[in-house]
Design a protein around this ligand. Structure first.
Ligand code: GRG
Length: 295
């Protein structure tokens, strides 16, 4: 199966799963339609990382769907809050008006909150998941996600990202922003699949290091696309990093050198993954997609 087909199939499954999950609530809560607006579309890379890893450990895709769905809800939360006027102030996301442009700022804050909390609840409060994987693994998934979102993860990275605007930054600061803001949650998405599949601790450690490298590649590519891609393909406003004078590798090294660094990080990631004596066909293909993607 081609990676584009794998991603497309997963995107449909996740959208359908969440539609179905929230439909009983849709008559009682006006939050449901903006929640679905926030989750729909996008590449669903993080969900696919969970599914790809779990599949390599023999877990059935249908059993991983609540976890992958939750991962995408939490990712969507981060995009909704990232786009707010007090953050990166973006009017477009996934080829449509960003949440605060479509539903207003107060609602966007609340929808983001709901996506985060309900996403976590989809794992932590899911009896079916507890029956399938056991309480310990479910708790493990929740702690891995929370660690990835906390001070040493996404929220800490976002603070550094905002503090890095409009000033000279050292390369090491950029790597810290990339690892915390982007890499930590990508890594958690992989680890959730590994936990579901009872991966041995040493393999989880290797997958974690793979995730960190993949996160760095992902954010370098994101920053390159911000400079080189058109709005219609990107689905969001390009050229914003320069306007906001963001701390990016492209700002320090330029596009060409950043490409080279990204490719060498990707090679290292592939080497690392190949050291686990188990095939990871989809994970390897996602890693290639991450560096070759055009959006
Ligand atoms: C965790 C409490 C807490 C707060 C979060 C808003 C915020 C604080 C952090 C922002 C994190 C963020 C949005 C990082 C950027 C990561 C990134 C490059 C996202 C784009 O991901 P894609 O390209 O998007 O996978 P699609 O639309 O394809 O899903």
């Amino acid at each position: 199966m081609k990676i584009e087909d794998f991603l497309r199939e997963n995107a449909c499954l996740i959208d359908e799963y969440l539609q179905h999950h929230f439909s009983p609530l849709s008559t009682t809560s006006s939050l449901v339609s903006p929640i679905l607006y926030g989750v729909e579309g996008g590449k669903k890379i993080r969900a696919s990382l969970t599914l790809a890893t779990g599949l390599s450990y023999g877990v059935e895709k249908k059993h991983l769907l609540p976890v992958a769905g939750a991962i995408e809800m939490i990712h969507a939360f981060s995009l909704v809050h990232d786009d707010l006027p007090c953050m990166d102030n973006d009017d477009f996301r996934r080829g449509k008006p960003s949440m605060h442009r479509a539903f207003g700022e107060a609602m966007a804050v609340l929808v983001g909150d709901a996506l985060l909390v309900e996403g976590l609840r989809l794992i932590a409060g899911n009896e079916e998941l507890i029956k399938l994987f056991g309480e310990e693994k479910v708790l493990d998934m929740v702690s891995v996600i929370l660690k990835a979102l906390g001070i040493e993860g996404m929220v800490g990275g976002q603070v550094l990202d905002l503090e890095g605007e409009g000033r000279e930054v050292r390369e090491e600061e950029v790597w810290e922003i990339y690892r915390k803001k982007t890499g930590s949650f990508l890594t958690a998405s992989i680890l959730c699949g590994a936990i579901a599949g009872s991966a041995p601790p040493q393999e989880k450690e290797t997958l974690k290091n793979f995730g960190i490298l993949l996160g760095e590649c992902f954010q370098i590519k994101d920053d390159i696309l911000d400079v080189t891609q058109k709005k219609e393909v990107l689905g969001k406003t390009p050229g914003k990093d320069k306007i906001q004078d963001k701390a990016t590798l492209v700002k320090i090294k330029g596009v060409e050198e950043s490409e080279k660094i990204m490719k060498s990080k990707w090679e290292e990631a592939v080497r690392l993954l190949s050291s686990i004596p188990r095939p990871f066909p989809f994970l390897l293909e996602i890693a290639r997609f991450v560096i070759e993607r055009e959006y």
